[in-house]
Design a protein around this ligand. Sequence first.
Ligand code: G3P
Ligand code: CA
Length: 257
Amino acid sequence: MGRTLSGRAPAVVAHRGSSAAEPEHTLTAYRRAIDEGADAVECDIRLTADDELVCVHDRRVDRVSDGRGVVADLTLAELLELDFGVLRGRGSTVLVLRDLLQLLLDAPRRVDIAIETKHPDKYGGRLESRLAALLDEMGLASPEPVQPHVRMMSFSVLAVRRFGRLCPGLPRVLLSELGLVPSVRAGRLPDNIPVLGISTSLLRRDPQIVARHHARGHQVHVYTVDRDDDLDRCLDLGVDAIITNRPAWVRSVVDAL
Ligand code: G3P
Ligand code: CA
């Protein structure tokens, strides 16, 4: 097994909750991820028409609910009328970020959270401001070691910078599809942006990106690891966080190392 930057076991991160088993981004999926031993959970956030933060991946609600429309055009009350459990054929309401954070605050053990802001360029900074205000209100914006530890992620350098100004004590991670940004592929960070590291897609085409970033002290997180060969590669390369829709499976493999 390869060495992670810290030398500790890689973190198991539940992507949208335990989303291979439960409807993504629902409380049920996150409760299950906690029960299955995830070290952290991942979620995507968007703003509703009335400025509430909800956990929804897509721009539209069509794939994940029984409704139609753009999240940013619907109020929270309108979203609450929809069933967000349709992906697994069970009823569920839209998840408000505040409720997910409260679930983690109430968890019997520390479970961290990686929050991805979607899509920052559209909201012009409002998304990061609302997120920073919510974290502050819930006592989670402190550089002190509160639990859960929160980290922010984005594909947008601008959004990562903005959030860094708002919550300088919290770590940020730059998302980058493998190979899309030449400097990231080479092991560098655009404009030397101050982040914990990068989060990138499966390492099939360029596994050595891990060594290049580790050499500069950057963590490497990898999404979305749901297959044996991809998990083996991550473990061989010393990836720092393994982001998966199947946290119980990754947990059992990591614990057996
Ligand atoms: O954790 C990063 C990963 O979630 C980014 O891709 O499309 O699943 O949000 P996406
Ligand atoms: Ca995401």
